[in-house]
Design a protein around this ligand. Structure first.
Ligand SMILES: C[S@@+](CC[C@H](N)C(=O)[O-])C[C@H]1O[C@@H](n2cnc3c(N)ncnc32)[C@H](O)[C@@H]1O
Length: 241
């Protein structure tokens, strides 16, 4: 594993407890429900999924609640411990999303939420996702997109690290953000078809009230009419038989 992978792993091992508690609060729940709904709309329900960078199992749990089950994969043991106790119908595995320890044609869908920006070789993750998907299977990725706000984030993270500001997501991990055409190119090169790329999310859990409430009210309008203000990018595709 590379040095940056180890850094990400260490970071998430350290903050697993804090991560879970933030997503257990009302803003965290509302934010996560929103992105899960977008991802769930792009995959079949009641099937078997692989969730890459599954973290504490928030999305696997949401998928289980729709009658499905799955496997979560993550490089952080600390995050996986939480996922293991949260998800009763799914299993979890320690590993790097760029090299998958699964057989060809094993899953009905591959998902990844809020983790793709950490991956060093996104083309490897995507070709591995294609390999382990059954013919006709779906891919859905929700990640921080390239944006006028995210372009400054790596610098903010570097400064935060220097001044030892310990908060979720704070740390220079060589994150990469993608725009619509880059995501389309990555999915096409991996062999996916029926590609759709959208923007989602305007209300971020870091916003304090009443700003969060206001952003939440505006979210549907932003996503539909001014999507460049929505900060997550949602990419989906199919492994055509
Ligand atoms: C922001 S958290 C998101 C967790 C979860 N998907 C969620 O939505 O709550 C990012 C996760 O990606 C994992 N991660 C980062 N790089 C990874 C890699 N190359 N392979 C597997 N997991 C990775 C981290 O350990 C962390 O758990």
């Amino acid at each position: 594993m590379s040095g940056t992978h180890e850094k990400v792993q260490q970071h998430y091992d350290d903050i697993a407890e804090l991560y879970d508690s933030r997503y257990n609060q009302s803003r965290g729940k509302a934010y996560y429900r929103h992105i899960s709904r977008h991802v769930l709309a792009r995959i079949p329900h009641g099937k078997r999924i692989l969730d890459l960078g599954c973290g504490t199992g928030l999305f696997l749990k949401a998928y289980e609640e729709q009658g499905g089950c799955g496997t979560g994969l993550d490089i952080s043991r600390g995050m996986l411990d939480k996922a293991r106790s949260r998800c009763t119908a799914s299993d979890v595995t320690l590993g790097n999303a760029e090299i998958l320890p699964f057989r060809n044609d094993s899953f009905d869908a591959v998902t990844s939420l809020l983790a793709f920006s950490y991956v060093h070789r996104p083309e490897d993750l995507l070709s591995e996702a294609w390999r382990v998907l059954r013919p006709g299977g779906s891919l859905a990725i929700c990640t921080l997109g390239k944006h006028f706000l995210t372009s400054g984030l790596p610098a903010v993270y570097t400064v935060a690290e220097v001044i030892k500001l310990r908060r979720i997501g704070m740390g220079a991990f060589g994150e990469r953000y993608y725009d619509r055409s880059e995501m389309t190119g990555l999915l096409e090169d991996a062999g996916f078809s029926e590609i759709t790329i959208n923007r989602c999310s305007f209300a971020h859990l870091n916003l304090v009230d009443p700003l969060f409430g206001l952003a939440k009210k505006l979210e549907p309008i932003v996503e539909e009419k001014i999507p460049h203000l929505a900060y997550n990018i949602l990419a989906s595709g199919k492994k055509t038989p």
